[in-house]
Each structure stands twice: as C-alpha cells, then as structure tokens.
Design a protein around this ligand. Sequence first.
Ligand code: PLP
Length: 385
Amino acid sequence: MLNPNLQTTQIAYSDDMINLAVGQPALSILPTEMMSQAAIAFAQQKNPEYLNYGKEEGDGHFRQALANFLTEQYGFPSALDEFFVTAGTSQSLMLICTLMTQPGDTILVEELTYFLALNLFKEHHLNAIPVSMDENGLDPDALEKILKQMGKPPTLLYIIPSYQNPTTVNLSNERRQKVVDLSQQYGFTVVSDDVYQMLGYEGETPTAIAKHIAGDSVISAGTFSKILAPGVRLGWIQAGPEILKKFRKSGLVASSGSLNHYMSGQIRLALEQGMQTAYLQELKQVLNHRLNLMDRTIQDHFPLETVSYTKPEGGYFFWLRLPEHIDTCVLRKEAVQRGLGFTAGPLCSPSGQHQNFMRLCFTFYTEDEVVDGVKRIGELLKEKV
Ligand SMILES: Cc1ncc(COP(=O)(O)O)c(C=O)c1O
C-alpha cells in the first residue's frame, strides 16, 4: 500500500492503473548512470562558487556550455548573453507572467494547448483568448483577424510550436516567420514553449524559433526536463537584450541569485563532456521505438473506421479524433473504472471544446504496459462506436 505522505514523485506508481495521460518520462529511461557520473565529477571539483549565490542570469560557464549545445542542436549560432537560467519552463512562464503582464491583460493561446499553462495564466488573472490551429500549427490568418479585431494588442501570444502538446503538430517555418512579423507589427511578445523542440525522431524539425530573438519580440523557453530529467529543474529563457534586462533586474533573482545554481554547475559538466548530447541521441531512439509501438498497437486495436490521427514525428503524445458522439470526459470516467486513463480533449482546450479528442502519452509506461493500455482503450472504444 502506498503511503502518500512518503511519496517521492508527482505521480504515484500504481500497479492497477495504466494512465496514458501521464506526460512524464519512464523511470527506466531516466539517466541515473550518467547523472551519477556527472555528480561525482562535479562534487570532486569542490568549487565553492556553486555553493554560493549565483549570478542573477545564471553562471556564465553554464550559459556558454548551453549556447554551444544549442548551436549544435538547433543548427544556428547561440551566444551566452542570450540566456537567463530558470528552474524549468513552468518557472519561466511564471516569471514571464509576473514581469511582463498585469492582472486583467489579454493574452492569446493556441486552441489546444498545454493545460497546465492555462492554470498559470489564470493565477495571474490573465484573459486567455484561443487562436485556431490546423495541421501546420497556429493559423496566422486567424491570428491576424483576431489582432485586427482587438482594440489593444494582446500582451503575449503563448505557443508550443514544435511537436505540440497536445496535437503533436509543428508550426511550419513559413508560419513562424509570419507570427514573428505580426508580433513586431502589432507590438506583442511571442512566448514560445520549446520543451519538445529537440525531440524530433523522424522527418524534418522546423527551425527553432530562437532564431528570431534579435527583434526583441520573441522569448524561447527551453528546459532540460524532456531531454534529460524533470527532477533537475533546470531551464532557460532565450531572448533579446531588452527582454532579458527585465529578468536580470527581477526582485526574485536580486534576492535569490541564479534560480538553480548548483545544478547548473553539474549540468555544465554534462554539457561540456558531451554526456548530454550522447544521452539525447539515445533517448530519441528509445522514444521513437515507443512511438512506433504505440502506433502499431493503435493500428491493430482501435476502430480506425471511425477514429483518426496523424502519426507524430516527435514529442511525447498521440492526438486522436473519435466519432462526434463520444464525449471523452464521460468516457474517461468509464476508463478509470477499468484501470485506464487518457487526457480528455476539453482539458487541453481553452474554450472547453474538442470533446471527441483524446491525448495518449507513450513515454511513461513500459512497452508491455503501453501495449496493454492501448489495447484496452481500443476495446472500450469499440463498445462505443
Ligand atoms: C508544453 C509543456 N510546457 C512545459 C512543461 C513543463 O516543463 P518544465 O518541467 O520545464 O517546467 C511541459 C511538461 O509536460 C509541457 O508539456
């Protein structure tokens, strides 16, 4: 029996539930060996600077190592002065809201977005207006139409342009440019949540939006959560000089210094010694394998005459369209009684729509559990169509 008071992780590991809503890496995927090597090497350096308050924007050596890593991963140059170190994208979003918005401000979000970001926006009393999407991501024409209708430009546009959560689609390069152009024309900031940018397994990954930061209308929020381990709580804001000034001057870092200083020292070492690059390469193979396994199981066990989806090329999820008459919020309750879980579409919809869609994550459970879970959700669906 699990004692909730002694639980370590956010999710309780329960043998009687396969909850494909969980968007976390499996424990077996996490790099315990690599982190142990990095921790030992880092601890042996006995560098007291990492035990003191860190520089407000983060350790320069870590930011240099990060810039080198992203230069290699993104395929265009990044420089250390483009970065502000945070404790992950959630904290980056929180800080962005704190420093760049006022309660009551209007922001734009994708119609289908990261549902936990919506909570964050609510906590800052922001009014989130959805912009429609299609198979190439956010629709820039719909965006422009909304901008024209608004008396005052929105403060921010929040997007997840690569291997989007939940839809898995990519915002095309052409549309990225259009969105950036609109942000400059209308005077709002694009906040790009790039947590899955480096998790492309097949096909071509669109160019990271960080390419557009020079105009000071784009913020890219990156993290080690999906490419390394969520528990390290280390991420970054990549932006132009005017935007970064606000972060460096924040009351939070004036008091606390760098937001995850000690861990940034350890990850600096993992970056400099090539451990992160090697792990990411290995991780992508493991995740691609799981993605293909989920795809094959869906193909074999879902009623595909009425269920449709596009096979994702990266990220963590599948996004499936079910027949119109199925309400996934209702279906989910039935699934839970059978020890199954998935994310119901409306949870990811700022307007509460997409009732006949579901999100399945392929990263958290073992391969056998993924197969078992998908098969049993397939059985449930067959009873409903
Ligand atoms: C789109 C998106 N943004 C942010 C996060 C959280 O990132 P972090 O762990 O860096 O706070 C997640 C995690 O699932 C996510 O899917």
